[in-house]
Design a protein around this ligand. Sequence first.
Ligand code: BES
Ligand code: MN
Ligand code: ZN
Length: 533
Amino acid sequence: MNFSFVAGDAFQAGGAMLVIPLLDGELGDGAPPAFVAADKALEGALRAAATQEGFKGKADQTLVLNTLGKLAAERVLLLGLGARAKFTPEQLRLAAGRAAKAVQKLKLGELDFVLPDTQPPEAAVRALVEGLLLGTYKFDRYKTAGGKEDKKGQRLKAVRILLPSGLQRDESLEEAVELGRRVAEATNWARELVNEPPNVVNPERLAQAAQEVAKEAGLKATIGGRREIERLKMGMFLAVAQGSVNEPRLIHLAYVPKNAKDARRAPLALVGKAITFDSGGLSLKPSDSMIDMKTDMAGSAAVLGAMKVIGALKPPFPVHAFIGSCENMPSGTAYRPGDILTSRLGKTVEITNTDAEGRLVLGDILTWAGEHKPAAMIDLATLTGACVIALGNYIVGAFGEHDATVEGVLKAAKAAGEELWRMPVAEQQKDALRSEVADMKNSGERWGGAINAALFLKEFVGDTPWVHLDIAGPATSPKERGYLNKGATGVGVRTLVEYVRALAASPRAMAAEEPSAPARPARGKARGRSPRA
Ligand code: BES
Ligand code: MN
Ligand code: ZN
């Protein structure tokens, strides 16, 4: 998709479709110049049609009109942005997504998009680019030509962004386009990896995808199999993996800055859940709950998508990704309820539910990540149904006790247009994980299930500032919405990229992130193993 900027009253240049975003109530006196001019050329028909169709500029409204040759553009698309007081670039991102879907349905190859006059313009440009690119994504790889709805359909190829008067095309706007493009493409890449069926994306294929990311983004990749996981004594990860004929994979990607001084800084560690299919294991899920469990690797897809962008952004500190990938299957070799496992950290865990597998793999991976002495760790995981009960399909649960790091991630999410809500790591509930026979058990009572999972993970984190994002709800969308389709969303890519950008832009924040003393290893019966690259 090619983006270009046009200044002034260029809507007269025309094209297949002129897109005019409008705030709620903006059709009155304060209508934007592009709307006024188009309405004038159409002899008032635009405003009249909007009134008749009840288009007011509400956040989910769209209206397409054919201009019947009275305007250079063949069609006008009015896009509602919602209330001015509630306007954020995310409203524009969602609206641009709707525009992309409308354009695709009409099979148009080009459009002219009026940039709303909001500050800063770079944020609007980025949201517009992201919304259009995300909005055109479709998972149709497995539709054969006969089944493809848009087999002869044109792809949206050319977008002209019409700048409000007084704004000139400049380098910062071009950079906003490039950043938006990178982020949206990485997000769509993550969506594709999540949407791929579980017979295609198994642990081996996920590791291959990671290797491709590394090659493209100039990262170091280290991939290990069962033997390596055994060598690292990841007893919890091994147990989850042992029920499947598909071999597990241990994935480590590292972005290291070229500058030697920057390269020595404490890294940021990103951890992603990567269960390529979660049947529940012997604590088998009911059929209906199993259908979407190919998406149980969405956390790792988001981490890998973010690493793609991070390799290109080249922040002045290292960023590492740690992923343990396997399937959770029932079989004669599967781990059992009642099994007692020894984690890499040394803590023992009684299995009370083999469907609480994510925390087991993540526990060992978080211990391993912590051994690399990161300044902070962020994990993303489709961890609990309870988090979906609590926050629904569109909001990520954010857990962590290191306030500055949690707040940094929340702020990044806000800037990126992803919704996070902070949840408590409520110690009162720790009893839920108490075991009679081991140091703890892997699943407790139902109530506060998302908190119990966070409490479990915390046992393996030690003193490193850590944020856990439960993305079980927002990893997929139940319906088409804005730039989303039914299916994978790529949630997390934008937040992670924004967090890294914010750290990179604030040298003081990075100084604060550097541990004054070497980070202590996680507590527990640690084996005192030295970190390996
Ligand atoms: N992968 C699931 C969580 C999940 C649920 C993700 C719905 C996406 C949508 C996870 O492994 C799981 O099964 N969690 C259990 C934990 C329970 C057994 C303690 C759950 O949430 O029911
Ligand atoms: Mn499970
Ligand atoms: Zn799971």
